[in-house]
Design a binder for this molecule. Sequence first.
Ligand code: 3HC
Length: 303
Amino acid sequence: ISRNFSTSSVARAAIKNVTVVGGGLMGSGIAQVSAQSGHNVTIVELNQEVLDKTHKSIQQSLQRVAKKVYKEKPQEGENFVSETLSRISTSTNLTDVVQSSDLVLEAIVENLAIKHKLFKSIDDIAPAKTIFASNTSSLSIGEIASVCKRKDKFAGLHFFNPVPVMKLLEVVKTPETSDETYEKLMAWAKAIGKTAITCKDTPGFVVNRLLVPLMAEAIRMLERGDASPKDIDIAMKLGAGHPMGPIELADYVGHDTTNSILNGWHDKFPENPLFNPLSSLQKLVDEKKLGVKTGEGFYSYKK
Ligand code: 3HC
């Protein structure tokens, strides 16, 4: 967990002020790790109600971190939580906050038209130096960037859930991302305590290109009745050393997310059988059994 980076090292870095657009699960995690490492963060959402929820979930996650890191020193833990929270502000007005932003990172709904609208609305007014980035899981960074003039200052920054725990950051370069932008983002990744890997702008980058077909293949096994969900999960945990089995992981990621990734890729690459839609996944989505977040998916999480 990234907490050993002094604010002075951030002061020397190119990226100090970070705007995170979207206060959902990913956006709040990204805001948290940025603030934990000394960056000034502004979270932008559509309304104050969502921002209040975001603030609360960051606070809870920070308390989890504090409990672990400052086990013997509860007072220091409390200070860590309040200091981190003091570096996070919230806003419902993106055009206002973008003026002082070194990095605008988008973690909103996976819809190309909505992402286009967002970046188009700030491309002309953001300072020339401001880097734009998307945390998209499955859309093309180049396609998202296509509406902006600053294509050299546009890249993918793909985080993993839970963001405060998962150590990886995928830094995605399009053919137009400049080396300078790339270097600044690699330095930022280090500053927030993540290990960065670089990937071209390909579907799913590295992790999702491998994980989504794995989850899909596991669901195909269920559809064929080859093994039970529990046995598939035990198999991959004990036989392949994965922290979660693929069925558990699908419930954890959310079936709406996986289903929309698969369908999107299938539309674009219909010849690839790994991306074929799954009827049982679609059924779970239709029944709103989206996994852990709704209390039921392949497993039940109802208390
Ligand atoms: N904030 C802060 N800390 C958290 C946290 C959160 N949101 N969630 C978990 N933690 C901490 C816990 O406090 C705990 O700390 P401890 O070790 O001191 O007790 C530690 O993380 C482990 O958590 P738990 O004990 O609750 O549970 P596990 O040991 O089972 O670990 C897990 C949970 C880290 C989620 C682990 O099961 C795991 O690594 N699973 C795989 C997750 C994964 O593959 N994620 C990627 C999904 S794909 C993705 O995100 C891409 C997207 O584009 C689809």
